[in-house]
Write a protein that binds this ligand. Structure first.
Ligand code: DON
Length: 552
């Protein structure tokens, strides 16, 4: 290198580096208090990973119906040096769990047993994930990142219309647990708007986690409290279950759509595989060039096929053989796409192999980009609104009911109408199959960071968010686009009222699709867009929810 070119490089270097950093912080979460707390952590010198810890913990406090330290989730991280990882903080089945634990003596599922009360709860992963992310990727001590959540747990937050809706839905389950009713209800009823929910016991539990890290939750005082309360109420957790919990770092799953790279979550989530399959089928079917009725038809047909594979093949890959490479291979996806009739719906019963799903906006997602170019997409859950409805004694921890995400019995639909097979059967220590799909897309239009709650509908929502992005739409459109959903079984095309016009409905009906307009909207997508070409950073929070996006 000549002296002149070296000098040129030296002068150019700062601008090159600048182009690689957004210079702005962007956060989109499902609750204004979580967005504000995340910005506070960034302003205090934290990076996107510290902010992710803060936001997760604040959401655990102010959205108790969505996620919590009694639950788990997947945190997809991108470090500015290009390192990417999935922090899998999914719950695990306790050691005393077994495949038929929710069946009666006739082999039939016992109603609600996998949904309500401590028997429905997997071993939580979120506390371990937060300690792990702070320790390995953050710049701030865990105690600093958790401080806003501790403050909010102690001082309280206000009941919103959404809180009321969720509490109303789970009123019965919450009233079964005296500790839950005392915290989340008022005299056994849904609290009035503006009522302050204080959680001093949860604040103390979070403090122990802040001081002692992982072991503060999984060993010692808190662990004892959790196990005792769970066992007293008929649950099966042991101290060994808690002491044995570990997060798993997994390489993210990668796929392509045109010039774009998709980065998402591998098993035990079904999201990454399904997204890659659907996008690759759409590419082969030339979706981008198709017109409206054809577009909707193709969307439904690729959804149907990806969800068929989900039901058939997917489970925790640490326990069962999941043919990830085969399912996402060009040859296999080409074959799947070739089976799609361009004119007619394929009845799901005609696909090889094999209730009405719900998908609201419990569970939660957030997206964060920091000014240096680190970013996070995370989807966290306690499954049903307010999880199992069970608070474990004076720990203040509301437990998940994620065990229902296992296939309780082959072919029997879960709360989201999803069916599963052997791959997702219950086994001690195993992680239940998830649909959570925190994702990144990178390519000519910049970087997209997105995800949403919504049970079985998560994956099709993320797909439709990505398609908006590929169509060049603004981030607001990704999160607000009216949605459709098909999940193989039941063989029904669900749609939000604004998603399909009358002529479209007629056209789809004519092609043999069975249509059902949803009574209410679904999802709560949170997204950030960083366009590296222009340096523009934007963020949006789904208008269906109560969240907030902020760029600073
Ligand atoms: O992991 C899963 O797929 C589910 N437990 C997520 C639940 C959910 O999104 C609930 N929201 N409606």
């Amino acid at each position: 290198m000549t002296q002149l070119s070296r000098l040129f490089l030296l002068l150019l270097l700062p601008t090159l580096l600048l182009a690689e950093a957004p210079g702005k912080n962007a956060i989109a979460t499902a609750h204004p208090l979580a967005t504000a707390a995340g910005q506070q952590t960034l302003a205090a010198g934290g990076n996107a990973f510290d902010a992710a810890v803060t936001v997760s913990a604040v959401l655990a406090v102010v959205e108790p119906y969505s996620s919590g330290i009694g639950g788990g989730g997947f945190w997809l991280l991108h470090r500015k040096d290009g390192h990417e990882v999935v922090v899998d903080g999914r719950e695990t089945a306790p050691a005393r769990a077994h495949r038929d634990m929710y069946l009666d003596q006739h082999g039939e599922p016992i109603p609600n047993l996998s949904m309500d009360g401590p028997l429905a709860a997997g071993i939580p992963g979120e506390p371990a994930a937060l300690a792990h992310i702070a320790g390995r990727y953050g710049k701030l001590p865990l105690s600093q990142s958790l401080a806003p959540a501790i403050h909010l747990a102690r001082n309280g937050f206000s009941v919103t219309p959404h809180y009321q809706k969720m509490a109303g839905w789970r009123l019965e389950a919450l009233n079964v647990s005296p500790a839950a009713a005392a915290i989340f209800l008022l005299h056994g009823e849904v609290p009035p708007l503006g009522h302050t929910i204080r959680q001093p016991q949860l604040a103390s539990t979070l403090e122990l986690l802040a001081q002692r890290g992982h072991d503060g939750f999984y060993r010692g005082k808190i662990a004892h409290m959790l196990v005792e309360a769970v066992q007293q109420a008929g649950g099966i957790w042991t101290m060994e279950d808690l002491a044995g919990y570990q997060v798993v770092e997994r390489p993210p799953l990668k796929g392509h759509y045109g010039d774009y790279t998709i980065t998402s979550v591998p098993p035990p989530s079904s999201g990454g595989i399904a997204l890659i399959q659907m996008l690759q089928m759409l590419e082969r079917l030339d979706y981008a060039a198709a017109e409206p009725p054809q577009r909707s038809h193709l969307l439904v047909e690729v959804m149907r096929r990806a969800y068929r594979d989900r039901a058939h093949y997917l489970g925790d890959s640490d326990y069962v053989e999941v043919p990830v490479d085969h399912l996402t291979s060009p040859e296999y996806v080409t074959r799947l796409a070739a089976g799609i009739d361009p004119e007619l719906a394929t009845p799901s019963t005609l696909l090889p192999g094999y209730g009405s799903p719900v998908g609201g906006n419990d569970t939660t997602h957030f997206s964060i980009l920091d000014r240096e170019g680190n970013y996070v997409a995370a989807t966290l859950s306690i499954n049903y609104p307010f999880g199992s409805g069970f608070v474990a004694g004076i720990s203040g921890v509301l437990l998940n009911d994620e065990m229902d995400d296992f296939s309780v019995k082959p072919g029997v639909p879960n709360a989201y109408g999803l069916v599963g097979a052997e791959a997702n059967a219950i086994a001690p220590g195993k992680r239940m199959l998830s649909s959570m799909s925190p994702s990144f897309v990178s390519g000519p239009g910049g970087t997209a960071i997105l995800g949403t709650p919504g049970g079985s509908r998560i994956i099709t929502m993320v797909l439709q968010g990505m398609l908006e992005y590929f169509d060049g739409k603004e981030v607001e459109s990704w999160v607000s686009r009216p949605r459709i959903h098909h999940q193989y079984l039941p063989d029904i095309l669900y749609f939000e009222a604004a998603a399909l016009s009358e002529p479209l409905l007629t056209a789809l009906h004519g092609r043999g699709h069975i249509l059902s307009e949803a009574a209410s909207s679904w999802g709560n997508m949170q997204a950030v867009h960083w366009d590296e070409r222009t340096g523009r950073v934007t963020a949006a929070s789904d208008p269906r929810g109560e969240g907030r996006a902020s760029v600073r």
